[in-house]
Write a protein that binds this ligand. Structure first.
Ligand SMILES: Nc1ncnc2c1ncn2[C@@H]1O[C@H](COP(=O)(O)OP(=O)(O)O)[C@@H](O)[C@H]1O
Ligand SMILES: [Mg+2]
Length: 811
């Protein structure tokens, strides 16, 4: 199969595909001259040749090779546990056995003995290692080879003759090696293309990926300073004054804010987020200015000024790649970077590799904040303008309920609320004429909302997070996080010019002071992410591998230099595993896997699964179909569980819009979906306005406990009648031990007390009662889950979807 068309895929931030047709060539790998996507063509020569990325001008190339090490670096040893052996069926049913006619019928027990002898020979093991088979692969290849030889009715003539010769001492057992290697390469096709795979996954010179940016000399200005010091303000002033500009921010809210500000200032500006593309021009012609979420910025459109906000997020384990891409790739005469001073050295260093100078402008806070010498201790001591910061939703519910019990009104802001609701709550809190004077929020207030806060009160200093292995853990907040949140105290242009910061509990105050006075860790690396085209090239080499396995092999082989790290691909793999059984082409599969969903939300995961299935049947997701799935129209929430569900529905609509932007034909009703999403935002707003009432109802009616996220996930997945065992198993695996035990609890009940009552699995009983789960299925789930606890997560992920027994398509 010759790939003679550039296969540049849609990926976050890249729209459209390159239509350049590559000349058929004898080269194995060719670079598409339009998008510089390295395209691999069928080789008609035996020798593979690789055309390296476009060479840089000598000066840049020299700078680029600084800390990056050259291409002479020793290659990384691959993690061979990721190499999933393909099944090779024994040859059976041949009419004539030519080998036997030419020599003799083989005595299988003699053959078995000589094969085992072959396996034990040190020379063979060494030779195998030289050919890329470590002990694990050697063993697996041997077992498969032996099975093939022993179970085949007739072997190929050459192999038969060699075996016959060895049996009658006319040949040496080592003569089997070429046949063994031939078989090994059949079951491990990666052995045959390791060099190509390594070259594809070589991520050592990211500046070279952006030829348009490298072709111009960019002026880089770094606006450095703490939160609320006017960094973004000054960068935006320059953006507004320019003939053309792009703003790249971390949140939809921020992109919206700049879009609004720009248009209000008479500078026509479009809005580009993953879910929304709004042209100010009624005929849809792009304006000269655009406000985007950073993943969506164009690295091929020329601008006079580009603003990259919150640059410290370049170190974000999941999203950092988007900042690296913007920083290296934006095609603007001036790049204005805003963010923490901790990123200055890192950005300067990165710009050495592009040959660009960085001008640093330092800012001080417009409104000072002080850390108080006393903790709040009791909610009785609350004052107008106070904001209590919690790090989980249960604390939000609990604290707001206690505030209400004191006859005070409070606004509530947390991450999963829709943007309209967040803005409405912020407005209510900021409004001097509104009786609501207290805010209860998560660290979602760190970015993107203008809030008139006088005092920040940390309810705790411990925040749940996901570590690099994808495991849930709780950790004390970092200095950078503490500063970001504290920075919200005091606001320029508000009644609270001077901010204050303290803790709820006396014990935490000293720790907070220490955290805030610690130096901020300087940023040392920026994120990178495998691109769709790289993965597609991997798939070309390893057509039988699952997408999740391809990603694993890619990451395991990839090489980055000291300035970069490969971003966490767990969420990507989670979706890849979930939709593996659905027949989709690689391009569509990849896009589905990059959809920004929260894998902890079962309703959203189920929706993605349904979208993918419907997509694979080529049936468009119409508005009516969607309404049936989400039960639209919806009513205001009666309790917290309803509210949580409505938030998930809002995310499903976001997912629809995100996909509609990439597959317009299959998700044809984006406009009306956007309308109902606004309606839903209003419904949620109504609920959140009465959040304390909802909490009260939840306390008194169904009891305090709402379903655990994990139970919820299983419940939804089993409600989806066509979900197979594989999905359930994947879902179970995605839940860390901590999450399998933890329970989402409302009100004042402790997580500990519920933890025990919950481990017996009442959900399982309920599901069995409903006939959704059989005992056999439950046992299998338990076994699989236990197995996944023991195994390394990635190994477990691999083994499941390659065990044909587990490949049941339908429940
Ligand atoms: N020179 C200025 N004139 C008027 N408003 C300003 C000025 N500098 C900052 N602000 C306002 O102060 C607030 C904080 O500024 P911002 O640029 O968002 O800070 P940072 O980006 O450093 O966190 C914003 O509401 C912004 O509009
Ligand atoms: Mg800012």
């Amino acid at each position: 199969m010759a790939l003679n068309r550039c296969l540049l895929l849609l990926r976050p931030g890249v729209s459209g595909s390159c239509c350049t047709t590559l000349r058929p060539s004898t080269f194995a790998v060719q670079r598409c001259l339009t998008c510089l996507y390295v395209n691999r063509l069928e080789s008609v020569t035996t020798k593979r040749q690789y055309i390296s990325p476009t060479p840089l001008p000598p000066l840049l190339a020299a700078a680029g090779s600084g800390s990056s090490g050259g291409n002479d670096d020793p290659f990384k040893v691959p993690d061979t546990s990721l190499f999933v052996p393909l099944q090779v069926k024994p040859a059976q049913g041949a009419d004539v056995d030519i080998g036997a006619e030419l020599t003799q019928v083989l005595n299988k027990s003699d053959v078995l003995k000589l094969l085992n002898k072959f396996y034990k020979r040190k020379e063979i093991q060494r030779l195998a290692a030289e050919n890329g088979l470590d002990a694990r692969l050697f063993h697996q290849a041997f077992v498969s080879f032996r099975k093939y030889v022993m179970e085949s009715d007739s072997l190929s003539v050459d192999l038969h003759v060699i075996l016959s010769d060895i049996c009658c001492a006319a040949g040496h057992v080592d003569d089997l090696f070429p046949f063994f290697m031939r078989h090994a390469k059949q079951i491990f096709p990666m052995l045959d293309c390791m060099d190509d795979l390594r070259k594809i996954s070589d991520l050592r010179l990211p500046p070279n990926w952006y030829p348009e940016a490298r072709a111009i000399q960019r002026k880089i200005v770094f606006h450095a300073g703490p939160t609320n010091s006017g960094k973004t303000y000054h960068a935006i002033q320059r953006y507004l004054a320019a003939k053309s500009g792009v703003y790249c921010g971390p949140l939809k809210l921020l992109a919206h804010e700049i879009y609004q500000k720009s248009n209000d200032a008479g500078v026509p500006c479009d809005l580009v987020t993953g879910e929304e593309l709004m042209f100010v021009d009624p005929e849809g012609r792009p304006a000269n200015h655009a406000a985007c979420t950073i993943e969506m910025c164009s690295v091929t459109t020329p601008y006079e000024v580009a603003v990259i906000d919150e640059i410290q997020m370049i170190k974000d384990p999941a999203r950092g790649w988007a900042w690296t891409r913007a920083l290296l790739g934006l095609c603007a005469e001036e790049i204005h970077i805003c963010g923490e001073a901790a990123a200055i050295n890192f950005v300067t260093e990165l710009m050495f590799t592009t040959g660009e100078e960085v001008e640093v402008r330092n800012y001080k806070r417009l409104t000072p904040f002080t850390v108080l010498d006393y903790a709040l201790e009791s909610l009785d001591n609350l004052c107008p303008g106070d904001c209590i910061v919690c790090f989980n939703k249960n604390d939000i519910y609990s604290v707001s309920r206690q505030i209400e019990a004191r006859g005070l009104e409070c606004a509530v802001i947390y991450g999963s609320l829709p943007p309209g609701t967040k803005l409405a709550q912020a407005k209510k809190f900021n409004d001097p004429d509104d009786p609501c004077k207290i805010l209860v929020a998560t660290d979602a207030i760190g970015m993107g909302l203008n809030l008139s806060i006088k005092r920040i009160i940390f309810n705790s200093l411990v925040k749940p997070s996901t570590n690099e292995k994808g495991e849930r853990e709780t950790a004390t907040i970092t200095t950078s996080q503490a500063l970001q949140i504290s920075g919200r105290a005091g606001r320029f242009c508000s009644v609270f010019k001077e901010g204050e910061v303290t803790t709820m509990h006396r014990d935490d105050l000293m720790s907070l002071k220490k955290i805030l006075s610690d130096p901020v860790e300087p940023i040392k690396t920026g994120g990178l992410h495998p691109t769709s085209e790289q993965i597609e090239m991997f798939a070309y080499h390893l057509p039988e591998a699952t997408l999740s396995n391809l990603i694993d092999i890619f990451v395991s082989l990839s090489q980055v230099d000291g300035l970069y790290f490969v971003c966490n691909v767990d969420d990507f793999k989670f979706v890849a595993d979930m939709i593996q059984h659905i027949p989709l082409n690689l391009r569509a599969r990849y896009v589905f896997c990059t959809a920004p969903i929260n894998k902890k939300q079962p309703f959203v995961c189920t929706a993605l699964l349904k979208f993918a299935r419907q997509f694979s049947r080529n049936e468009p997701m119409t508005f009516d179909w969607l309404c049936r799935h989400i039960n639209w129209p919806l009513v205001p929430p009666k309790n917290i569980k309803d509210l949580v569900h409505l938030e998930a529905v809002h995310d499903v609509l976001d997912l629809y819009l995100w996909l509609s932007y990439r597959f317009m034909d299959m998700f044809p009703h984006a406009n009306v979906v956007r309308e109902i999403q606004k309606e839903l935002d209003d419904i949620i707003q109504t609920g959140v306005c009465n959040i304390t009432k909802l909490i009260r109802v939840s306390e008194t009616s169904e009891g305090l406990r709402v379903m655990t996220e994990d139970e919820d996930l299983l419940a939804h997945m089993t409600n989806d009648r066509t979900v197979n065992l594989e999905n359930l198993s994947t879902a179970m695996k995605a839940l860390s031990p901590r999450r399998m035990r933890g329970t989402k609890v409302l009100g004042y009940r402790s997580v500990e007390s519920d933890r025990h009552s919950n481990t017996k699995g009442p959900l399982a009983t309920k599901l069995m009662e409903k006939g959704l789960l059989t005992k056999e299925l439950l046992n299998q789930l338990q076994r699989e889950w236990l197995k996944s606890q023991i195994k390394d997560e990635s190994t477990a992920g691999k083994s499941d979807h390659n065990d044909p027994k587990e490949k049941r398509k339908k429940k």
